[in-house]
Every structure is written in C-alpha cells, then in structure tokens.
Design a protein around this ligand. Structure first.
Ligand SMILES: NC(=O)c1ccc[n+]([C@@H]2O[C@H](COP(=O)([O-])OP(=O)(O)OC[C@H]3O[C@@H](n4cnc5c(N)ncnc54)[C@H](OP(=O)(O)O)[C@@H]3O)[C@@H](O)[C@H]2O)c1
Length: 312
C-alpha cells in the first residue's frame, strides 16, 4: 500500500482511505466488521467516518472491528450532520428491510425520496462541536481522533471567530490531532484561506483541481478526495476511447490492461499524490481491487494512460 506523510496532519497515512458512509446502512454490522478487517489486512489504515454515516451506526461498527488495534489506524470523524432518528424498532427491522430493499430498485428510489433516510444538518456552534466530538469519541471507544472535519461548513462558518477558537482549543486538548473542512468547492476555497485553524481539505475529486492541490501544498495543508467513481466518464466511455485509438491501445496493453475503475483510481492518485483518496468499498471484491491499485507503483505507461484519459 502506498503510504506517505499527509500535510497538515504530519503523520504517515495510507494513500487509499476506507469511506464508511454505508457502514451500517447498505451493509450490516457483521459484514461491515469483516470489510474493516479486510481493509486493515490490505494495508488501509485511514478510515473516514461521521456520526451520520451508516444511519448513525458506522462509528460503533468500526469501533468493534478495530477493538485493541487503535494504534494501527487513523480516524477522521465529522460534525455537522446528524442521522435520522433511529428508534429501537427501526434498528430491529433494519437488517430484514435492507435485504428486501436491496433487491427491489423502485423501492430504493421511493425510500430515498420519502426522506426517512435523510441526515439532518446541525448548526456549527462551539457547543455542537464539543458535544458531537465527545459522543463520537464514546462511540469510537477512543480518546482522540486524527482528523475532525466540519461537514458542509460554509465560508461564513469559517469566518466565525468563536468557532475558530473552539477548533484551536480542541486541537490543543489532544482530542483532535488536526482539523478539516469536508465540503463543496466554495468552502474548500474558504478553507484554504484559513490555514490558522484548518489543516486538511476534504472534497470531491472534481473540486480538487491541480490548482487547489498545489495551493494546499503551498499552505502546508493536506487534501483528501472522494467521489472518484463520479469522475466524468462512464466505464463504457473509457473502454470505447481506448478501443478507438491505437496509441491508447498500446499504452493500455503496456500498462497491464487496467480496468476502467482502476484507471479512475490511478487518475485520482496522480491528481492528489500526497493525500488520501477515499472510496466506498462495501464489497470485498471492490476493496481488493482498489487496494491492489494503490499497492503497485505507478509505471510511466500507467501514468501516461491515466493522464491521456483524464486530462488535468
Ligand atoms: N465529506 C463529504 O461530504 C463526503 C461526501 C461523499 C463521500 N464522502 C466519503 O467518501 C467515501 C466514498 O464515497 P463516494 O461517494 O466517493 O463513493 P465512491 O468511492 O465514488 O463509490 C461509488 C460507487 O463505486 C463503487 N466502487 C468502488 N470501487 C469500485 C470498483 N473497483 N469497481 C467498480 N465500482 C466500484 C462503490 O461500490 P461498493 O461501495 O458497493 O463497493 C460505490 O457504489 C464515503 O464513504 C465517505 O466516507 C464524504
């Protein structure tokens, strides 16, 4: 697994991170714990969590999976979104309901539209920041997180002096090693200007332009990206583009014929070489395939192919 120092945190991290948004919702507790164990076995040590993830269950499922191994992993958790209310009856029927819903696509759409699975935004106040952190630490069974991220922070929140002082206090307390903003492009830009309190920017790969990644590096800040598989071309497009060009075909063969998904990951790795790329890997096969991409060094042919398919 590619490992390097993440700027802003100044600690060694795995270049591929395990995104836990569906841990406890799309996959249940037992399958989720197996996936976390597999991730660790494949060299992934960066885990991206939030109180809202997995319908509010991701942090506890993760904690059970890494019990006794806290020093082997790095944890990012967030503040700013709360899960929908989970009464006991809902928790009890969830595993059965999940099985039914997985197999009926129209039902999935209706449930999403109904809003019963929607997270609720929380105001980013000093009280919410402190309270949410204490709750996350309890659920995670740890005394600190490596990164504490403001979920969907606005540029206005990042200019709020009381909020910034709270972030500094939390960092000084040792309960939080570094602070991140996990948001859209506007907030990512505002975060870059707030190097006093923000150490790391988390955003979609499309937002992490080469200019943003280079400005973050100049400011001594790290970058974490997600939404790799939303990268503007479908697997079919990638296959067709390779098939339509003899140069690309030759590069593709020389690079060992990587799949469209592997090519997207390679492009993400090249875009943010000193950071972390987060992926959803709720299947063992995706986890193994993605870890393999980050385990191999990037050859010159692979680099040329990824750059030709996903120009910067
Ligand atoms: N801070 C934020 O606002 C924010 C927003 C979005 C995401 N995130 C973080 O980023 C993580 C990743 O989420 P994302 O939205 O960026 O999802 P993603 O990694 O782009 O994944 C999207 C889909 O691609 C699939 N996939 C993964 N590996 C694949 C492969 N090798 N071949 C084919 N398909 C593959 C996944 O399947 P399976 O999962 O079924 O394996 C998933 O269904 C989240 O879990 C969360 O931790 C943060």
């Amino acid at each position: 697994m590619d490992r390097h120092i993440l700027a802003g945190l100044d600690a060694e991290v795995s270049a591929l991170g395990f995104g836990a948004a569906s841990l406890g919702s799309r996959v249940g507790a037992r399958a989720g714990q197996r996936l976390v164990a597999q991730a660790l076995a494949q060299g992934i040590t960066w885990f991206d969590l939030a109180p809202a993830y997995g319908a509010g269950q991701a942090e506890e499922i993760f904690a059970a999976a890494i019990r006794g191994q806290r020093d082997r992993v790095q944890i990012c958790t967030k503040v700013g979104l709360a899960p929908p209310p989970q009464p006991l009856w809902k928790r009890a029927v969830l595993p059965v309901a999940r099985q039914v819903v997985r197999n009926i696509a129209p039902l999935r759409g209706r449930i999403r539209k109904s809003g019963i699975t929607s997270n609720r935004p929380l105001p980013l106040t000093p009280e919410v920041l402190r309270d949410s952190l204490e709750r996350s630490l309890r659920r995670l069974g740890t005394d600190h997180v490596d990164l504490y991220a403001l979920h969907n922070a606005t540029p206005e929140a990042l200019a709020d002096e009381a909020l910034l002082r709270t972030l500094e206090d939390l960092r000084t307390s040792g309960k939080v090693r570094a602070i991140a903003v996990a948001s859209d492009g506007t907030a990512a830009e505002a975060a870059l200007a707030q190097a006093r309190c923000v150490d790391v920017v988390q955003c979609a790969l499309q937002v992490a332009t080469p200019a943003l990644v280079s400005r973050a590096a100049q400011a001594g800040m790290g970058v974490i990206t997600h939404s790799v598989f939303g990268l503007n071309t479908s697997p079919e497009d990638i296959t067709q583009r390779i098939a339509a060009s003899s140069d690309l075909q030759a590069l593709h063969a020389a690079a060992g014929a990587p799949s469209p998904a592997a090519l997207r990951l390679m492009a993400a790795r090249l875009r943010n070489p000193g950071g972390v790329t987060l992926c959803s890997m709720m299947s063992s096969a995706h986890l193994a395939a993605n870890a393999a991409v980050f385990a191999a060094p990037l050859s010159s042919e692979t680099t040329a192919l990824a750059q030709a398919l996903f120009p910067q």
